[in-house]
Write a protein that binds this ligand. Structure first.
Ligand SMILES: NC(=O)c1ccc[n+]([C@@H]2O[C@H](COP(=O)([O-])OP(=O)(O)OC[C@H]3O[C@@H](n4cnc5c(N)ncnc54)[C@H](OP(=O)(O)O)[C@@H]3O)[C@@H](O)[C@H]2O)c1
Length: 278
C-alpha cells in the first residue's frame, strides 16, 4: 500500500478506524471523512502516530445529508489527483424513524445514499487511478432485507432492524451494479460482512434492538478481527481482480436471492440516482 491513497468513511470508530490504521501501517495515505471535529482530530492524530510519513487528511461532513455528501466528495475530488481505494463504511441503525433535511429516512440516507453519492462523485478519479478498488461494508443483516419500492423510506411500519437490513441489502445491490458498470475500467467493487463486531454500533440507536445488540456484544469479535475483510479487499493481491462479489472472512460467499436480483438492483440504482438531483 506504499504511496497509495485510501479514502474511508466511518474511520473514526470501530472497524473503519482499525482498517484505516492498518492500511496506514502498510504505507497508505489515509483520507478520512468524518462528521465530528473532536473524533476526527483524534483519529487523525492516531494515524499520524502510527504512520507519520504520509500527510493523512480529513474532510468533515454529515454523511446523511445530500448537501454535505456532495460538498465533501467534491472537496476530495479537488484535493486528490489520484484515489486508489474508496472504502464506504460509515453506517448506523436508528430506534425511531427520523427524516433527514432531504426528507429521506435516516438509515437509508446514512447507509446507502452516502455510498452512492461519494462513489458517484469520485468515480472519474477512481477510473483515472486504475487499477483501483471500491470496498463497501454491508452486513449479513442483508439476508433479512426486503425491498418495497412503494415504501422504500418506511413511510409505513418503520422498525429499526428491518430498515437496517434493507439498507445493507441496498449496499450489496449497489455494489453489483457498480461492478458491472465499471467492467473493463480496472476499478473493482466488492461488498462484505465484517462479522458481528464489538464496536460503538447500536450504542446510540435507542430502542429495543439497541439493547439486544448491547447484550449480544459479549459474543462479538474484536474490531481488529472485524476489519480483516476490509483490509483484505483494499490491499490484497489475491483480491485485485475480484469484482461484484460479497465477502465474508476474506472469501466470496453467496449473498441473498434478493441481492442477486438484477432488475431490483437496476431499479434501486435509478431511484437513488434520481435523489441526487434534489
Ligand atoms: N458492528 C457490527 O457487528 C457490524 C456488523 C455488520 C456490519 N457492520 C457495518 O460496519 C460499518 C461500521 O460500523 P461499526 O460497527 O464500526 O460501528 P461504529 O463503531 O458505530 O462506527 C460507525 C462509524 O460511522 C460513522 N458515522 C455514522 N453516521 C455518520 C454520519 N451521519 N456521518 C458521518 N459519519 C457517520 C461514525 O462516526 P462517529 O465516530 O462520529 O460516530 C463511525 O465512524 C457499518 O456500515 C455497519 O453497518 C457492523
Amino acid at each position: 500500500m506504499q504511496g497509495k491513497v485510501v479514502v474511508i468513511t466511518g474511520g473514526t470508530s470501530g472497524i473503519g478506524q482499525v482498517a484505516a490504521e492498518q492500511l496506514a501501517g502498510m504505507g497508505a495515505r489515509i483520507v478520512l471523512v468524518a462528521r465530528s471535529q473532536k473524533r476526527g482530530e483524534e483519529a487523525l492524530s492516531r494515524l499520524r502516530g502510527i504512520a507519520p510519513g504520509p500527510p493523512h487528511g480529513i474532510h468533515y461532513g454529515d454523511l446523511s445529508r445530500l448537501s454535505d455528501l456532495k460538498r465533501v466528495a467534491q472537496e476530495i475530488a479537488a484535493a486528490e489527483p489520484r484515489i486508489d481505494v474508496l472504502i464506504n463504511n460509515a453506517g448506523a441503525m436508528f430506534g425511531q424513524r427520523q427524516l433527514t433535511e432531504d426528507n429521506l429516512e435516516l438509515t437509508f440516507a446514512t447507509n446507502h445514499l452516502s455510498y452512492f453519492v461519494l462513489t458517484d462523485v469520485l468515480r472519474d478519479r477512481l477510473i483515472a487511478s486504475a487499477p483501483s478498488r471500491i470496498v463497501n461494508t454491508s452486513s449479513h443483516a442483508h439476508y433479512r432485507g426486503t425491498l418495497d419500492f412503494d415504501n422504500l423510506q418506511f413511510e409505513h411500519g418503520y422498525k429499526s432492524f428491518p430498515a437496517y437490513c434493507r439498507s445493507k441489502l441496498c449496499n450489496v445491490l449497489f455494489t453489483r451494479v457498480l461492478a458491472r458498470q465499471l467492467a473493463g475500467t480496472g476499478v473493482t467493487a466488492n461488498s462484505l460482512h465484517p462479522g458481528f463486531v464489538k464496536t460503538r454500533f447500536g450504542d446510540e440507536s435507542g430502542g429495543a434492538m439497541a439493547s439486544i445488540i448491547g447484550l449480544m456484544k459479549i459474543f462479538a469479535i474484536t474490531p481488529e478481527k472485524g476489519a480483516e475483510t476490509i483490509v483484505y479487499l483494499a490491499s490484497s493481491q489475491d483480491a485485485a481482480q475480484s469484482t461484484g462479489l460479497y465477502y465474508y472472512k476474506s472469501k466470496p460467499v453467496e449473498p441473498s436471492k434478493l441481492a442477486l436480483d438484477d432488475a431490483a438492483a437496476e431499479r434501486l440504482w435509478k431511484y437513488t440516482a434520481g435523489l441526487m438531483s434534489h
